[in-house]
Design a protein around this ligand. Structure first.
Ligand SMILES: Cc1cc2nc3c(=O)[nH]c(=O)nc-3n(C[C@H](O)[C@H](O)[C@H](O)COP(=O)(O)O)c2cc1C
Length: 189
């Protein structure tokens, strides 16, 4: 597959088959993630890959995160209970993904969280996963409400959790959302 096809065909996947992913394949994808550019070439990102009982413990935390969003969702999706139910199930299960990846930022010399470099690495990760027939989705709703609990579970201190990425063989084929117009401004052409 050409890179342009990979970029256009990758979709956010929120339902996964239970098939396990081999450690070799995960290692290949994580290696490609780390070939992203990084601020001052510090490569200061940190990934935690969860499977098994610690993944289940993460899901317990994620389940409680839904309660935070429920009132807002009930207001915004008054006539669409199925959407709310779907989100509830996703928070509880993360689409039954066999593996969940936590992406942490490093620090810049200024002390700022380097959320940018890790985000580029995550894009590499998601595109590489797609090339290998795997699905992923960037999630951060759980980060906004439960970052401390997740970090305590994993034993991480002093790093910003940027996103949580379930990964697995897709059990759905989401449609591509159309591109929005007017987002690119040309000057001097
Ligand atoms: C910064 C960011 C935050 C996102 N947060 C969530 C999230 O919390 N939960 C979720 O299911 N999807 C999340 N997404 C995925 C988007 O909903 C998805 O990328 C978008 O709908 C476009 O679909 P596509 O990835 O299939 O092109 C997020 C994506 C980005 C880039």
């Amino acid at each position: 597959m050409r890179l342009s096809e990979i970029i256009k065909r990758r979709r956010s996947v929120r339902k996964f088959k239970s098939d396990p992913i081999s450690k070799d394949l995960l290692e290949k994808i994580m290696d490609l993630a780390t070939w992203a550019p990084s601020a001052m070439n510090r490569q200061d990102w940190h990934f935690v890959i969860l499977q098994g009982s610690q993944k289940d413990d993460f899901l317990k935390i994620s389940t409680t995160a839904f309660e935070h969003f429920k009132p807002v969702l009930e207001k915004n999706f008054k006539d669409k209970p199925k959407i709310i139910e779907g989100m509830k199930i996703f928070f509880e299960t993360y689409g039954n993904a066999p593996v969940i990846i936590m992406a942490y930022a490093g620090k810049l010399p200024t002390g700022q969280d380097d959320v940018w470099s890790v985000s580029l690495a995550v894009q590499n990760l998601m595109l590489s996963a797609y090339e290998e027939g795997l699905g992923t989705v960037w999630t951060d709703g759980v980060v906004f409400t439960k970052e401390k609990e997740i970090n305590d579970l994993i034993g991480i201190k002093d790093r910003k959790l940027v996103c949580v990425i379930p990964i697995g063989y897709p059990a759905e084929e989401p449609k591509a959302p159309p591109r929005r117009e007017g987002r690119i401004q040309w000057i001097g052409f």
